[in-house]
Design a protein around this ligand. Structure first.
Ligand code: PLP
Length: 409
């Protein structure tokens, strides 16, 4: 049997469905964010990144780099094992304290990624609740879907951000049955925000626990970067706040925060925590430096919002089909997978602009888009160059402009 044939066939299927992915070979340049080198077939070229989830450029902040170097010099690189085997390195203890404080909770538990924190966190919490019913928003991230699946308990999917539908499903369940409502605060493909208070009202009325993914909001919203739950004064009402250290905090890792008992139970039962090596001390020290900085500095948050507003306004004025978004995410609709990839290729090769195409299954078919994420460091000149490049690509690919595209939606 030629096993490779199976893999080749699977890849062929992705190509036939026009969703085979190619990654650009990039080299970020510390201190020159959002500039990077692209190792192109023709050699190394300077490009501007417009789709990074290092939303605030913290991965290159001198305090964060300094903390990582200092910790690595003192403590070395790896953590030395799982926490069950090797104990906990002190920087990780400090980081968990910092995270619990960020969200105003008793305790925090760190995982190796936001993906793992959702997958093992949701599954473990739901399995510890007898006969738990999970209510999951239809647009939840794959890591949450996997958590729900691994929980193995009954689930209901509520239409995205539809409070009426969530209430219908809650009403149909026994009031005495444990229930877990899982949702995101900020949905990263459309840039819309969950009605957190309304969800918490329902949770209180129908006796449910709430689990909120703040991955695309921590660091960027709220007075201290506690996310949308902090901005909306809802953090104390949400039972579990989950987040990542890999986006606005510029590092790696994920976490949950909540009551001391819940966190201790997950620590004691979650396979995705117990059986994997802890994050290296240097990563933890760097993340702590980023969180501490963003707890007091407003500059990054203010400038981030200012830049996102400017990008939206300049692209709209240029007649480009910017999809409405309440947040820092700027999606521009293409509506065709091949043209989306072609637009991305042209931007990179002809304009030195890197924006990864977003195709199915990340977004529904027909809603393919360029997802633009302005940072505090994208200045007016870069924004104008982006608009000019997009207008050129739109004309060359004969893509629908603002009025046509949004009217057809
Ligand atoms: N939750 C959401 C909503 C995400 O979009 C992502 C990743 O993009 C994750 C969780 C996973 O986080 P991480 O990248 O830290 O694994």
């Amino acid at each position: 049997m030629n096993y490779n044939d199976f893999f080749a066939k699977a890849l062929g299927q992705l190509r036939a469905e026009r969703r085979y992915r190619v990654f650009a070979d990039l080299e970020r340049i510390a201190g020159r964010f959002p500039h990077a080198y692209w190792h192109s077939p023709a050699g190394k070229r300077d490009v501007v990144i417009w789709c990074s989830n290092d939303y605030l450029g913290m991965a290159q902040h001198p305090k964060v780099i300094g903390a990582m170097i200092e910790a690595a010099s003192r403590m070395g690189t790896g953590a030395g094992g799982t926490r069950n085997i090797a104990g906990t390195n002190h920087p990780l203890v400090e980081l968990e304290r910092e995270l619990a404080d960020l969200h105003g909770k008793d305790a925090a538990l760190l995982f190796t990624s936001g993906y793992v924190s959702n997958q093992t966190g949701i599954a473990t919490i739901a399995r510890l609740l007898p006969n738990c019913l999970i209510l999951s928003d239809a647009l939840n991230h794959n890591s949450m879907i996997e958590g729900v699946r691994q929980a193995g308990t009954e689930k209901r999917i509520w239409r995205h951000n539809d409070i009426g539908h969530l209430e219908e499903l809650l009403k149909a369940a026994d009031i005495g049955r444990p229930k877990l409502i899982v949702f995101e605060s900020l949905y990263s493909m459309d840039g819309d925000v969950a009605p957190i208070h309304a969800i918490c009202d329902l949770a209180e009325r129908y006796n449910a626990m709430t689990y909120c993914d703040e991955v695309h909001a921590v660091g960027m919203y709220g007075q201290r970067g506690g996310g949308v739950t902090e901005r909306d004064g809802a953090a104390a009402r949400v039972d579990v706040i989950e987040g990542t250290l890999a986006k606005a905090f510029g590092c790696l890792g994920g976490y949950i925060t909540g009551t001391a008992e819940m966190v201790d139970a997950v620590r004691s039962y979650a396979p995705g925590f117990i059986f994997t090596t802890a994050l290296p001390p240097a990563i933890c020290a760097a993340a702590t430096a980023a969180i501490r900085h963003l707890k007091t500095s407003q500059w990054e948050r203010d400038r981030h919002q200012d830049r996102a507003a400017r990008v939206k306004s300049v692209l709209n004025a240029a007649g480009l089909p910017v999809m409405p978004s309440d947040t820092h995410i700027v999606p521009v609709l293409v509506g065709d997978p091949e043209k989306c990839k072609a637009a991305s290729d042209m931007l990179l090769a002809d304009h030195g602009i890197y924006i990864q195409p977003i195709n199915y299954p990340t977004v529904p078919r027909g809603m393919e888009r360029l997802r633009i994420t302005p940072s505090p460091y994208h200045d007016d000149k870069l924004i104008d160059a982006l608009a000019e490049a997009l207008v050129d690509v739109w004309a060359r690919l004969d893509l629908p402009r603002r009025d046509q595209a949004l009217a057809a939606e």
